[in-house]
Design a binder for this molecule. Structure first.
Ligand code: SAM
Length: 466
């Protein structure tokens, strides 16, 4: 392993919680910890040999694995049964539970969301009638975010591809904003030792400036008294406690103290200037990688000052028009046959395709459409052609899928063949659209014809390795 940057170690010596010897030693050992978070919206038959062992103490659906398997070769991974996530960052669940009334419908923005670790977690803890806007500014990374959110299967999510300042068009709109900021990445040195050589003091400074810019751009979109959750995977105070101080100073943000479990190894820190609380995860103290998280309540902002800080794009004040439904009663009947429970859903036709969104999200979607670039909203159901539903893949892996659809349970080998988009064989007299399931979870559609079975797994997602 490359040795850890001397400047980083020197800067950390100032922190009471830092144990230099243990920190260096845990990096030299270089152990790999693998953890996953189960999808509570999906139930399947577990594999006794899965290696799923101890729970992650601060996350209700988080588990450590005894070893790192090939996730690509696990059909359950493609079915959205779980998300592979580093354990420390799962502490976001505790932060949300302790700072937000999750029994109420809330509007949450996950601003820096790709590839979707925090977003899938947030979706699991908010109520069904809450909304998650999952945003990623970098276009090349929105596809993976969208794919992961599709596999997660929930309807109450909108994926957007916008710059943080675009959210100023939604002034005082969100109850909660999560900023898992791009950072210098020192918290991942154990997992990715190659990143050590890319670390520099200068980059820490650039990251801190970018973090301030991102926060300043998005703060107007948070309601007064709304909750801001800020996190990084950096150990540098410039990106952690000093950003917390800056938030208190610039936005009259109230730092929120959290309760951490005894003997969990999570370190509470207090910032130098305003005694803001932060929570540090060091790999020599917790079973996880380096992470920092802090929560704030937005104060009441002085309007005049706020006007100066805001980007010039005018906030949307008018109520946006609702989307045109455009689905006939007959089409609605056809769609409903494929769904679990369609009573709380609204259907929106976009050219041939039909989307389903929770009725509670209708106004929000109309507003987002007028303000943001939407990559995906709700669940794509498919197209209705000659009174038949040509189903979309999103529907197969969504929680909306109904029990009346034909299903074929396959073994692991056949599931992998299917996921490679190869032709699969199923003995059946049935003809038409059907779901392929593995351990009772749908992985996609086939169309069974008289003499063959057409594989409709999305081409861009197919498994390439044999
Ligand atoms: N929250 C994600 C998760 O849990 O899977 C990880 C997010 S990662 C730490 C930071 C994200 O911020 C990256 O996806 C990156 O593309 C995005 N990002 C980079 N520059 C940004 C900027 N200027 N504004 C907003 N987001 C940015």
């Amino acid at each position: 392993m490359n040795s850890l940057p001397a400047e980083l170690i020197r800067s950390l010596r100032k922190l009471k919680s830092f144990n230099e010897e243990a920190f260096i030693s845990v990096h030299q050992q270089g152990g790999q910890i693998t953890s996953v978070r189960m999808n509570p919206n999906k139930s399947w038959i577990p594999d006794p040999g899965s290696g799923i062992r101890d729970p992650v103490p601060w996350c209700s659906n988080g588990f450590y694995l005894t070893e790192r398997p090939s996730f690509t070769l696990d059909p359950l991974f493609h079915a959205g049964a779980y998300y592979v996530q580093e354990a420390s960052s799962m502490f976001l669940e505790e932060v949300l539970k302790q700072t937000v009334d999750l029994t109420r419908p809330v509007k949450v923005l996950d601003l820096c969301a790709a590839p979707g670790g925090k977003s899938t977690l947030i979706q699991s803890v908010i109520s069904k009638d809450s909304l998650l806007v999952s945003n990623e500014v970098i276009r090349a990374r929105v596809n993976i975010l969208s794919e992961n959110m599709t596999k997660w299967g929930a309807a109450n999510v909108i994926v957007t591809n916008n710059d943080p300042r675009d959210f100023q068009r939604l002034e005082n709109y969100f109850d909660v904003i999560v900023v898992d900021a791009p950072c210098s990445g020192s918290g991942l040195f154990r997992k990715d030792p190659d990143a050590i050589s890319e670390w520099s003091e200068n980059n820490v400074q650039l990251c801190a400036q970018r973090q301030q810019r991102i926060l300043a751009d998005v703060m107007p979109a948070l309601k007064e008294e709304g909750i801001l959750i800020y996190s990084t995977c950096s150990y540098s105070q410039d990106e952690d406690e000093e950003i917390a101080d800056w938030l208190v100073e610039e936005f009259a943000a109230d730092s929120l103290q959290l309760t951490v479990g005894e003997n969990q190894g999570i370190v509470e820190t207090v910032s130098a200037k305003y005694n803001s609380f932060g929570y540090r995860f060091y790999p020599d103290k917790v079973k996880g990688e380096g992470f920092f998280i802090a929560a704030f309540k937005k104060g009441r902002v002085n309007e005049e000052e706020n006007e100066v800080k805001k980007h010039p794009s005018a906030p949307l004040r008018t109520k946006a028009k609702k989307p045109v439904d455009g689905v006939t009663a007959r089409e609605r009947e056809v769609i409903k046959r494929s769904l679990n429970d369609a009573d709380d859903l609204v259907f929106i036709k976009q050219q041939e395709e039909v989307l389903a969104i929770p009725a509670t999200m209708e106004d929000a979607l109309a507003l987002m459409r007028s303000a943001l670039y939407i990559k995906k909203a709700g669940i794509k159901i498919g197209a209705i052609i000659r009174e038949e539903l040509v189903p979309a893949h999103e529907l197969a892996v969504s929680t909306l899928i109904g029990p009346s659809i034909a299903r074929f349970e396959v073994d692991k080998e056949t599931a992998l063949q299917y996921l490679r988009r190869d032709e699969i064989k199923i003995e059946t007299e049935y003809k038409g659209w059907a779901l392929v399931t593995f351990r009772a979870l749908p992985i996609g559609w086939v169309k069974v014809l008289a003499n063959r079975i057409n594989n409709h797994y999305p081409a861009p997602w197919r498994i390439l390795n044999r």
